[in-house]
Design a protein around this ligand. Structure first.
Ligand SMILES: C[S@@+](CC[C@H](N)C(=O)[O-])C[C@H]1O[C@@H](n2cnc3c(N)ncnc32)[C@H](O)[C@@H]1O
Length: 277
């Protein structure tokens, strides 16, 4: 029997009341309804009322429901165009700019880093630059996420073959060591990355405390905004864009470009998903 959710906002508010210490109302309504629909199917509930009764009685289902709201999917070099523009244009221009300034270090914040794929991709670009140039560039990447499980994997730098399969053979060989079925990122990629927990809705800190003062040349805020309601997207964009240095870049996911355009940020190259204030 096909299960339908007749009164979607009512089940959302029922669940919100039940799980009052978790702010589920911050999530985009279409996304949260999809998650509820999936849990209804998974638990073979015949109606939303039946699913809600299960949720009330079963802590494991509460955990599964909350887990369904956390999408941690990521990839190395996830948006190829973005990373090509970074490699060919943005990073070389930042290096040039830094040569002329007192502060030589390029500072990057990967603001929802998942298991570190984004941060390690950027580190590869800098290490590849350094391998090909006599004058070495200094860089530091602050990789943060709210999910400790993801951060543990990021710190280990351990990936299975399905997680690295969009990297070319040269990069896999150059930047990973294989142990059994697992691929570990080489220590050289880890040495300039700080991996710490940071919730973007945290009201106490304007930037990750580990970075002390923010002032980032690049902030990556990708594939996370569309899960939230507009006012929460705005809060994330306020926080991340306020941490940018003068002339710094903010990068988003390819399906989130419009959100940044509506936030009055300017895309520096068409379709690149790389923006400036
Ligand atoms: C779909 S992944 C995207 C990962 C990566 N940025 C990318 O583009 O491939 C979304 C990540 O956002 C993180 N996240 C969700 N809400 C967050 C918050 N309030 N603060 C920090 N990270 C958050 C999740 O834990 C998850 O790792």
């Amino acid at each position: 029997m096909k299960k339908t959710i007749n009164n979607q906002s009512s089940i959302i508010s029922d669940i919100s009341n039940l799980l009052h210490d978790v702010d589920i109302l911050k999530y985009d309504e279409t996304f949260i309804n999809k998650s509820i629909q999936n849990r209804i199917t998974e638990t073979k509930s015949k109606s939303e009322e039946e699913y809600f009764a299960i949720l009330k009685q079963n802590k494991k289902e509460v955990a599964k429901f909350l887990n369904s709201l956390h999408n941690n999917y990521s990839e190395f070099f996830r948006n190829q165009l973005t990373f090509s523009v970074l490699e060919q244009i943005i990073i070389p221009s930042l290096i040039l700019k830094k040569k002329e300034s007192k502060n030589k270090e390029i500072r990057i914040w990967s603001a929802a880093c998942a298991a570190g794929q984004e941060a390690y991709s950027i580190a590869m670009l800098f290490e590849e630059y350094n391998a090909n140039n006599n004058e070495k560039v200094k860089y530091r990447i602050f990789a943060t996420d709210q999910c400790e499980k993801q951060l543990t994997q990021a710190r280990m730098g351990k990936f299975d073959v399905s997680e690295i399969n969009n990297l070319n053979f040269k990069r896999v060989k150059q930047w990973f060591t294989k142990h059994g079925d697992a691929y570990f990122v080489k220590p050289i990629l880890k040495k300039n990355i700080d991996i710490t927990e940071f919730d973007l809705f945290n009201e106490k800190y304007s930037c990750p405390p580990v970075s002390i003062f923010g002032d980032f040349d690049i902030v990556l805020c990708a594939n996370l905004l569309f899960y939230f309601k507009p006012e929460y997207r705005k809060r994330i964009l306020n926080k991340t864009s306020n941490c940018l240095s003068n002339g710094g870049y903010i990068i988003t996911g390819e399906t989130e470009r419009e959100i940044l355009m509506n936030f009055n940020l300017k895309e520096v190259y068409s379709q690149s998903a790389i923006f400036k204030k």
